[in-house]
Design a protein around this ligand. Sequence first.
Ligand code: SAM
Length: 222
Amino acid sequence: MWGVHGRAAFLAEEVGAERVVLFDGMDPTAEFSAEHARRGSAVRYVQGDLHDELGVADLGVFDVVWCTGVIYHSPNPYQLIEHLRRLTSEHLVLGTLLIPEVPFLPGACLFLPGLPRPVRDAFASCLPHSAPILCGLTTDFDYTPELGYANCWWGITTTALSSMLEIAAFETLEENAGSAFWVDLIAVPTQRPSVIPSTSFSRQRGKDRLTAYTEKSRRTWA
Ligand SMILES: C[S@@+](CC[C@H](N)C(=O)[O-])C[C@H]1O[C@@H](n2cnc3c(N)ncnc32)[C@H](O)[C@@H]1O
């Protein structure tokens, strides 16, 4: 939604996608609403959080999922990639900010909150002049809770991103590294089983144990 006002969603509809959902945490922008009305568009806007397992499950599954400029805005980028996997049946189009590789440390990521000012400034000086302001990277981290995901949380290297995609059951088909700081890629789902238990797994086991225990005592005292 931010900055592009649903452009990719409208384009998908224009080229014949049967069902288009724009999912974003922000309120719809005036520009989005005006364009939606002008086109008589059937694009459905769903406001939600990509971290939210239930919200993601409600969306269903899509042939193509386009997610650009989002995962580094999360304290939990791997979780977002897992959720993108749940949404994707054929192709994921992912664009994301990167940081250059760290010598001798493949798979490294950099936790950006609290990064010293000189390091932040060094990043800012390497980014192309056309780059937008990146809250939490080129500016100080903003700790206002409502602005949580406006910040950049993680600097992710290409090697870390590749591993995250692989573990979350994606295979990268094509990738276009715009610079050391950005990549656009296309990935397809693989059948690799998820390594992360559902967040309800332990709660459900606890409930099952309680039910079994209650059932046993009921039988004992019956
Ligand atoms: C930098 S903008 C990118 C906009 C557009 N996709 C693009 O590539 O230009 C990040 C967008 O992701 C949304 N966003 C960030 N974190 C999110 C989350 N956890 N759940 C849903 N939307 C999120 C923001 O509201 C914002 O619209």
